[in-house]
Design a binder for this molecule. Sequence first.
Ligand SMILES: [Zn+2]
Length: 218
Amino acid sequence: MCASGEAANRETGSQDGETDEATGGTPSHVVDHARIEAAVREILVAVGEDPDREGLLETPARVARMYAELFSGLHDDPKTHLQKFFTEEYDEVVLVRDISFNSMCEHHLLPFMGKTHIGYIPKGKVIGLSKLARVVESVSRRPQVQERMTEEIANLLVNELDAKGVAVVVEATHSCMTMRGVRKPGSLCVTSAMKGLFRSNQSSRAEIMQLICGNRTN
Ligand SMILES: [Zn+2]
């Protein structure tokens, strides 16, 4: 596939001095900040740290705000981003490539990040391109596994858009592979979900893979 060997984007969104606006508009009442703070404090004690030393005093509260942001997708139904269509007779491939995302692996609560490519063949209905990015955002901002994320995005488009074909390819680097366990930096995990025409028709599938993987500069 199109393993482009991209450098891992190390942005985890966990900068100091975050404000509530940084939670991406998530109402803070749906996340129990006090409970997260107590739990983080417990973890610090459990690993042998002193949660009362100066550098760690604000950490539990900061982690609580960060989790509210990273898991904001739990309070968002991705379907809501796919309700506004345009009626178009266009029936060739629509592809949005390189939609970047950050997610959290649900097995280790460590980030995995990369790019999502979404292609579809419309059946009279097309969707605003930014809506596809919103769907990726909603599905990725929750405890996830890459395989399920890929399948979820594809099924959402099949169900809501009634497209003739849907192709979703996700490429990601997983922190749980690079910083712990087997420690293999640079490894890229690629998953794909092909529906409708992209599943049943070999040449449609070859075309979309060529469009996704072709002419890569990185
Ligand atoms: Zn993991």
